[in-house]
Write a protein that binds this ligand. Structure first.
Ligand code: ADP
Ligand code: GN1
Ligand code: MG
Length: 338
């Protein structure tokens, strides 16, 4: 452990740390597991200060965790928050996964985020800060892609012709959710905005705790559902390079939709009509973001090898194609639960 980490832990009242090691597979922050002589474990995190405004982030995370605690809802427990570092209690007995292995896990994930949206629906004013403005503004994500194309800082443009052709087939549909929000058909709610399955931890009884609260802010319930479709129905990890393994699994979708819709009774007609579409759009949007980061030189997402973001982008676009081919079947599943 570094001296800086030792000092942060001491300030947090943890003087018996024996080991600090990198942990988890998040793409944004630096996450460490802390072992201590007493056996109590912690999560130490250095937040990514090139992405987040430290002051806003701390205030949002504190508001959300304290509000959930006041309701008796199990959530992340902040031991200390000394920006850019923070210490959480380690969620003992809970596990997170990168890929669903059993349908009941998809069900648990759906239920967990529906409950999260319900739990936060009555958080007192003021409105939570827009931690990352335009986070789920898909047309703005395309604008950022176009900027990266124009700059082509790494000379990678020549290798992504097929991916860009696929993006073009989606440009017209990309604004649908932001437009429905702007017209008022889809309401703004307090949402998580990063509902990938490794941001929920589940214990042996199926009890879930939603983690990674950094992007909890005003948004659309549809991007929460859409990102669950992206990650909790995927047959393979989001960076699986063998595209023959990349598709959405019907039984996972069915379990996810059942879990989410059992809890999300608040959804209005426009939201219900766009649930299946939201899965395609959220997956497309993440694909666009991976491709943008690839062209921009891998400055946003953590990567493990040179073409990692390109592999991820191709994977996500394959997943979009799978979801498109399953659209009518998935619509029928959703209808059966409404
Ligand atoms: P990032 O923003 O980089 O995605 P996360 O907050 O999601 O970081 O944390 C990364 C991973 O660390 C999670 O997917 C989870 O596996 C693990 N993790 C985070 N917080 C805890 C916790 N309180 N207890 C146990 N594991 C945790
Ligand atoms: C990032 O932080 P993490 O790994 O849970 C990203 C999400 C993306 C996701 C893609 C703040 O999530 O928006 O959907 O990677 N988080 C942020 O895997 O940008
Ligand atoms: Mg995360």
């Amino acid at each position: 452990m570094t001296q800086e980490q030792k000092d942060i832990l001491l300030k947090a009242g943890i003087g018996d740390a024996t080991d600090v090691s990198r942990y988890g597979s998040g793409h944004i922050n630096e996450t460490y597991k802390v072992e201590t002589a007493s056996g109590t474990r912690y999560i130490l995190q250095r937040v990514n200060t090139s992405i987040f405004d430290e002051r806003l982030l701390k205030s949002n995370v504190m508001r959300v965790t304290e509000f959930l605690k006041s309701k008796g809802v199990k959530s992340l427990e902040v031991v200390a928050y000394d920006s850019p570092w923070r210490v959480y209690k380690f969620l003992e007995g809970y596990e997170s996964h990168d890929v669903v292995e059993e349908p009941h896990q998809a069900y648990d994930v759906g239920r967990a985020f529906a409950k999260f949206q319900n739990d936060l629906a009555d958080i007192p004013p003021p409105r939570l800060d827009d931690i990352i403005p335009k986070f789920h503004d898909t047309p703005d994500r395309l604008r950022q892609l176009d900027e990266a194309i124009a700059r082509d800082v790494k000379g990678r443009l020549a290798g992504v012709g097929q991916e860009l052709a696929f993006v073009d087939t989606w440009r017209e549909r990309a604004g649908r959710i932001v437009e429905l929000m702007a017209s008022g058909d889809i309401p703004e709610r307090v949402t998580h905005n990063d509902t990938k399955i490794n941001n929920v931890m589940i214990d042996a009884r199926g009890e879930a705790v939603v983690i990674d609260l950094d992007t909890t802010m005003p948004g659309s319930a549809l991007f929460d559902f859409g990102d669950m479709v992206r990650t909790a129905t995927a047959a393979a990890a989001e960076d699986e390079p063998d595209l023959s393994k990349v598709f959405s699994k019907r039984e996972y979708f069915e379990a996810l939709a059942r879990g989410y819709l059992e809890g999300a009774e608040f959804l209005n007609a426009a939201e219900r009509e766009n649930l299946v579409f939201s899965g395609m759009l959220a997956t497309f949007e993440v694909g666009v973001r991976f491709l943008t980061d690839y062209l921009a030189g891998d400055t946003y997402f953590h990567t493990a090898y040179a073409d990692h973001n390109l592999v991820r982008a191709r994977n996500q676009f394959q997943m979009v194609k799978s979801l498109v081919s399953q659209e009518s079947d998935y619509e029928a599943i959703v209808k059966s639960f409404l």
